[in-house]
Design a protein around this ligand. Structure first.
Ligand SMILES: Nc1nonc1C(=O)NCC1CCCCC1
Length: 245
């Protein structure tokens, strides 16, 4: 997976380079990251990347030309990649969307700043517009890093244990089950016996039932969207009954 990011603040992406899953994925070559600064594509003495909005209004907008030329340079090196602009006006991404994105050869992510970009940049040079949620950040860089993290961890070879991405919360449309580690009891709270017993079928059943129950209690909207098969419905019914007993 090749990531190209168009950003006025390339140094912000150092956090992805030298830590965690993304750092290891980049070192292992599971993913690659290339940064393009629109300021390097300016042609005036002041290296202007922004200007005042037509029609008035607060703040500045990013100009078309530097962004356009930075995107073109990225496209020349990554011809198979699609261009995505990060903004609150985009398609809100969920785990299923991250899985979709992880199946493509690469992405050119455009991170905006100031009050946004000239609309003609989006119309003429952007393929998709994405949002990581309904709130406003000060720039698109953190959103780009969120997308790169969520996508990278789905790539083969990115995580130590291939299954762990599959067992993530929001995988299979459910929230995660509770997790426990040593000691078996702390502050008067014990680890559920089923997890200590070693009966793998019972553990898998308990984990699915807990995921169903947690999702039912905290995010019924996810259950609505996902639907349950007969086995899952029976597990959930048992969970609900046990909580009322
Ligand atoms: N939410 C979001 N999801 O993706 N990006 C988001 C955002 O809030 N971005 C802010 C940026 C957008 C471009 C202009 C400057 C502010």
């Amino acid at each position: 997976m090749r990531f190209d990011v168009v950003t006025l603040f390339p140094a912000l992406f150092d956090v992805l380079l030298d830590q965690g899953v993304t750092g290891r994925a980049l070192i292992r070559g599971v993913a690659e990251l290339h940064l393009w600064n629109p300021r390097d594509f300016t042609r005036d003495r002041h290296r202007t990347v922004d200007d005042r909005p037509y029609g008035g209004g607060p703040g500045m907008l990013m100009k078309v030309e530097p962004l356009r030329d930075a995107i073109a340079a990225a496209r020349a090196q990554a011809p198979q990649s699609r261009v995505a602009y990060l903004s609150p006006q985009g398609r809100v991404l969920d785990q299923a969307a991250m899985v979709e994105l992880s199946r493509r050869p690469g992405w050119i992510l455009v991170a905006g700043r100031y009050e946004g970009v000239d609309e003609r940049l989006i119309e003429g040079h952007v393929d998709e517009e994405w949002s990581i949620g309904d709130y406003v950040l000060s720039g698109g860089e953190l959103a780009a890093m969120v997308v790169m993290d969520a996508v990278t961890r789905l790539l083969p070879g990115a995580l130590g244990h291939a299954d762990s991405a599959a067992q993530d919360s929001h995988t299979d449309g459910l929230l995660d089950c509770p997790h426990y580690t040593r000691p078996p009891e702390i502050d008067g709270r014990r680890v559920p016996e089923v997890l200590i017993g070693g009966d793998h079928a019972a553990i898998a059943r308990w984990r699915l039932q807990q995921a169903l129950g947690q999702t039912y209690r905290r995010r019924p909207d996810l259950l609505e969207r996902r639907g349950l098969n007969q086995h899952e419905q029976a597990l959930l019914d048992e969970f609900v009954r046990s909580r009322h007993d």
